[in-house]
Write a protein that binds this ligand. Sequence first.
Ligand SMILES: O=C(O)CCc1cccc(O)c1O
Ligand SMILES: [Fe+2]
Length: 312
Amino acid sequence: MSIMLKCLSHTPLRGRNDPGADVVTEVDAVLNTARAEVEAFDPELILVFAPDHYNGLFYDLMPPFVVATAAESVGDYGTLPGSLSVDSELALELTRHLMDSDLDIALSHRLQVDHGCTQTLEEMTGSLSRYPVIPIIINSVAPPFVPYRRIRKLGEAVGRFLAGLNKRVLILGTGGLSHEPPVPLLADSPEEVKEFLICGRNPTPEARAAREARTIAAGKIYGTELCQQTPLNAAWDEAFIELLQSGALEQVDDFDIQQISAEAGRSTHEVRTWVAAFAAMAACGPYQARKDYYRPINEWIAGYGVVSATPA
Ligand SMILES: O=C(O)CCc1cccc(O)c1O
Ligand SMILES: [Fe+2]
């Protein structure tokens, strides 16, 4: 097999609440280069580790991680709607492999996915169906979370599976880095918000529009004294990228979930997808990781990073 990794922040505020034109142009160029690299690699399979933001998964049954054999985009924030071209047979085989590896993975034969999965697929391939894909959703937004070491072990087991395939595989991780958009917490919420968090699937167009407007409004004041949310933390982000580049992934076993939330924001845990992606990469052999881009972008509510890795 041959393998390539890309981990990217996502943000539905890209194109909706943009920073200055210089930054937009810079990011466009980085994404264009990354997309061209994917095109040249011509993957036969994309394994995408993604979070969900109360669009496909709710507290009526919240799995730590789930493999999908079929997935449909909810098309939130203007992302592409429609079906992902999931390789169902292979997804089921992967599920069996993970269970045989002592990982209690959940399985979905019909999963709704959101911008957390689709934005990066679209940015990297221009489509949701150009290449066969297997989505693994990692709970990164709805506490409580399993420890980071469990995510590392999940990634390793996925990587061992990929290493046994005779395919060109692109591993994607999507989310992070430091950030805290206005996502409600079950414990602090009034009754109607609790109801949404527990079983808010398929919201009305009005409810979806209100949510998107809330996120955009938050983007307008993020990082200012008007904003209640934890600000971006470039130092945390840079250290995390260096950790990934060092290859010393076992250091994530010491990550303290509460401390990360406090220092870098609650949605920073989307980096769990990066941890899984790099652990999968590492299970396929030594790698070299390249920081393609990093900039804290308040308008996007994102410590915005792009990192690539290839075999060393
Ligand atoms: O609608 C939501 O729940 C959050 C949207 C959102 C905003 C900024 C950065 C993100 O990573 C993100 O997901
Ligand atoms: Fe997100």
